[in-house]
Design a protein around this ligand. Structure first.
Ligand code: ATP
Ligand code: MG
Length: 423
């Protein structure tokens, strides 16, 4: 239909029944995290631009080309969050006090904005569900994040993912590796794209993230992070692998995974799935012990991850797992005339107070079309009220799957129907 207004490119409207499906997925994720002891945090969508410049890193793709940045009415540069971690950390540091209890286990859910080229699994407005643990430097905190992410995927019915992990070194040994790859890529600079040539001086690690085929090929022969990390980082990585083994979590080591944000140190990981034949990350994360200090905050060890919800939802549709999560209505009360409408209101109010999902006609449809509507909306039963039912005091309820009709007394229908459901 032609209309004066269109959606912005790269943004989506999520209408019913898809919207309900989204909410179900969200609730599975939130309750799973709650079970693991995580609490919900809500932060603003808009932050000072500098927070993201300094956290994601000047040379990251996000800061270089993907941020929705503008001046507000007082001329301050503000940005729609491209991710949550920096904002969550800001909120936590702002509220830190002597009473803060560690570890702080936090979860979030909401939209993020990145000005990317829209394509499958890549939008300009997309939703993230994420987890952060503050105050724990033990790699058991990293394990907790991975265990929970793993559990969430399994609970949603997704089992065929690949977990990739890598150790990228601490602030000390990372420099040695940076020097090593700077000279490696320097020797190959003629074959690198223009952006990667710039990355050579700004942040050579970013070259691993380049989608250009030539750059990807050169990256394949680059030195491995693991060969350059210090003894302490190596030991930590070995213990971490043992934790994963004992938890029965299988993984691959990908020594070229660096992640798209500059703040990660030590451990990084990604849960990868097949999207139309191409591997795509559905959840990524890692440890970012240095971020708080680099933003002027206290020493605050931290680790976390974020899921891309659009990618998750697409997978659930591709795998036809959606039905399991849908929650349809129980009984639709169809009515034939004005007098039965009053009874329908009374009945539905009572049914709802007993916790039975029920509904009635709001748009003055005929009986046949009310039945069609109830069927389409997935109601299990339809009760019909008209003069005949009012006169006889008996109401027939049709089981929509078997077409069997069960009779109930009209006078205390809600209570009788509740008993029937419980039997
Ligand atoms: P990619 O390498 O795919 O660009 P990324 O490293 O930029 O991912 P993160 O910043 O780690 O992604 O964000 C966490 C998750 O959010 C990703 O694993 C992905 O599932 C999702 N995500 C990131 N960017 C987008 C986007 N533009 N549209 C939809 N989902 C996204
Ligand atoms: Mg990206």
């Amino acid at each position: 239909m032609s209309f004066l207004f269109n959606r912005l490119r790269g943004m989506q409207d999520i209408l019913p029944p898809e919207g309900d499906f989204w909410r179900k997925v969200e609730s599975v994720m939130l309750s799973c995290a709650e079970f693991y002891g995580f609490s919900f945090i809500r932060i603003p969508i808009l932050e000072f631009t500098e927070l993201f410049d300094r956290s994601a890193g000047d040379s990251s793709d996000i800061v270089q080309k993907e941020m929705y940045t503008f001046s507000d009415k007082s001329g301050r540069s503000v940005t729609l969050r491209p991710e949550f971690t920096a904002g969550v950390l800001r909120a936590v540091v702002n509220e830190l006090s002597g009473n803060t209890v560690f570890p702080l286990k936090l979860m979030y859910f909401g939209p993020c904005y990145r000005y990317e080229k829209p394509q499958v699994g890549r939008y300009r407005e997309f939703f993230q569900f994420g987890l952060e643990i503050f105050g724990g430097s033990s790699n058991l905190a990293d394990l907790e994040i991975i265990l929970l992410a793993n559990q969430i995927l399994l609970e949603l019915g997704i089992g065929d993912f690949n977990l990739e992990i890598n150790a990228i070194g601490c602030s000390d040994c990372r420099q040695i590796y940076l020097d090593e790859i700077r000279s490696f890529f320097g020797r190959n600079r003629d074959s690198l794209c223009e952006t990667c040539n710039n990355r050579l001086s700004t942040n050579p690690l970013r070259i691993f993230d380049c989608k250009n085929d030539d750059c990807k090929k050169i990256s394949e022969n680059a030195p491995h992070t693991i060969d350059f990390i210090c003894e302490n980082c190596k030991t930590k990585f070995e213990t971490f692998k043992k934790f994963l083994d004992i938890s029965n979590i299988s993984y691959d080591i990908n020594t070229r995974m660096v992640r798209g944000l500059d703040y990660y140190t030590n451990l990084v990981f990604e849960f990868i799935l097949d999207f139309d034949g191409k591997p795509l990350t559905i959840c990524g994360g890692g440890r970012y012990d240095g971020l708080s200090k680099s933003l002027g905050g206290p020493d605050l060890p931290a680790t976390g991850c974020a899921f891309g919800i659009e990618r998750l939802i697409k997978l659930l549709h591709d795998k036809e797992i959606c039905q399991n999560i849908q929650n349809n209505g129980i009984v639709y009360v169809a009515c034939i005339d004005e007098e039965s409408k009053i009874l329908a209101v009374d009945i539905v109010c009572k049914l709802r107070s007993l916790g039975i999902k029920s509904d009635y006609d709001l748009v003055d449809r005929g009986l046949k079309s009310q039945m069609r509507y109830a069927n389409k909306m997935g109601y299990k039963y339809v009760a019909v009220i008209g003069q005949e039912e009012i006169n006889s005091g008996v109401i027939g309820v049709k089981d929509m799957s078997s077409s069997e009709v069960i009779s109930f007394k009209l006078s205390n229908f809600a209570e009788e129907f509740d008993k029937f459901l419980k039997n």
